[in-house]
Design a protein around this ligand. Structure first.
Ligand code: FAD
Ligand code: EPU
Length: 347
């Protein structure tokens, strides 16, 4: 692979590629090779290339959940295949195959426009369809795992394309088989089953109030999607305006006894009861209580809109953002005894 860029049927290779516009923090980084695959059938050939066999691999979608702290000394592989196809329509619901390179939000709009329900709470989440199962994206009381039937992926262990049923993906809050074993599976497409009618999820804080403000008392999926878009636009900084990766930390899940103890000392700390005596705490509240909201160190900062969102005000490097994240983790640990875990992949 000598020339700086070349195209083959199904993929395109660029040498010494600039990744600044391939990550939503918009931090500078380069990859030795960037391979953009627009046809999954080319993957066996791609994985046969000498450079791919010899060098470290990083799979990238739209880069909205990664923090690049250095140049990548190997191959960055992006699945760019597009397409949405209804495979089976049973009337009450339908099964559809969506290629990994489709944009998630565009697919949600497509589903609503074709009369399907289910994904309305997940509208406006950035990124690709192929990345949606990696951390089991979730918002406003819904997780994508509820609608995934099967995932097609290239397994680097076997060197073959295969299918993984929902049950083997070990989906959990911001977690899956894929997140625990990164870069083994290249997700090439996702099969969803979406209903035409379903009970809307309105219980997440602020949703009913937003619908009331919109003067809607009998919402349909499109109205709920509109309410969620309004909430998200108000709460979260827009990565097109200021670099960020959404929540930088996961909400910590702790034993209920510990949550109760913390809440005795900090009655305002939001906590949600989970399964098996566990409680989810608000990481945003913990970070804000430590005084980080709106803080800025050079161009690395914590959003003034949402304490869980680290931002790049302009020319921050990934390393500067990582250093700020570490300060947040250490301070929250010292003050509350809770160790926050990052949500994005730190490269
Ligand atoms: P990338 O950032 O490119 O990759 C993320 C991870 O997935 C990496 O580990 C990468 O190696 C892996 N990966 C990507 N594509 C593939 C593939 N085809 N095969 C195998 N592995 C792959 N997330 C939520 O869950 N809920 C939210 O409400 C939410 N809000 C957000 C708001 C903002 C403003 C931003 C910037 C991010 C938000 N996120 C949210 C995080 C992000 O949108 C999701 O994690 C999204 O799924 C990332 O998609 P991506 O294509 O950008 O993946
Ligand atoms: N809060 C603060 N300070 C803030 C912001 C929030 O104290 O600056 C407290 C408030 O009490 C608020 C509570 O935190 O009621 C929860 O806030 P929010 O509804 O914004 O949700 P979150 O827990 O901070 C999670 C997800 C988001 C998702 C929203 C909506 C995680 C790590 N984050 O945020 O996902 O959009 O819920 O469901 O679970 C992402 O993963 O990147 C992401 C943005």
């Amino acid at each position: 692979m000598k020339p700086s860029s070349f195209t083959q049927p199904g993929y395109r290779v660029t040498a010494d590629a600039d990744l600044t516009h391939h990550n939503s923090f918009r931090v500078p980084a380069r990859a030795q090779w960037l391979i953009e695959v627009d046809d999954a059938r080319a993957l066996p050939e791609v994985f046969g290339l000498g450079a791919v066999k010899r060098s470290p691999l990083l799979i990238l979608g739209e880069g909205s959940n990664v923090l690049l702290t250095r140049d990548w000394p190997g191959v960055v592989l992006a699945v760019a295949a597009r397409g949405i196809r209804v495979l089976e329509d049973r009337g009450d619901d339908a099964r559809m195959r969506v290629e990994a390179g489709e944009n998630w939000n565009e697919f949600v709009h497509w589903s609503l426009g074709h009369g399907f329900a289910g994904l309305e709470n997940l509208i406006l989440i950035p990124g690709s369809v192929g990345a949606a199962p990696i951390q089991n994206i979730g918002a406003y009381g819904v997780e994508v795992r509820e609608f995934i039937e099967t995932i097609e992926a290239f397994d680097r262990h076997s060197g073959q394309l295969g299918r993984l049923d929902n049950a083997v993906c070990n989906f959990a809050y911001r977690d899956s088989l894929f997140k625990r074993d990164p870069d083994r599976f290249v997700v090439t497409s996702v099969e969803f089953r979406l209903p035409r009618q379903h009970e809307l999820r309105l219980d997440y804080a602020g949703v009913r109030e937003e619908l009331a403000a919109m003067k809607i008392d009998a919402p349909n999926p499109a109205a709920l999607a509109e309410a969620v878009m309004r909430l998200r636009t108000r709460k979260l900084p827009n990565p097109a305006e200021i670099g960020n990766a959404g929540s930088f930390f996961k909400n910590p899940v702790v034993p209920s006894a510990l949550a109760n103890e913390l809440r005795r000392e900090n009655p305002a700390l939001p906590a949600w009861l989970g399964n098996a005596g566990q409680c989810k705490l608000s990481a945003a509240w913990l970070v804000e209580a430590c005084g980080f909201k709106g803080l800025r160190e050079g161009d690395a900062g914590v959003s003034e809109r949402h304490a869980l969102v680290l931002v790049n005000h302009g020319t921050a490097t990934g390393e500067q953002i990582r250093a700020l994240a570490q300060r947040v983790v250490d301070t929250v640990q010292t003050r509350f005894g809770i160790r926050l875990e990052p949500e994005p992949r730190i490269v």
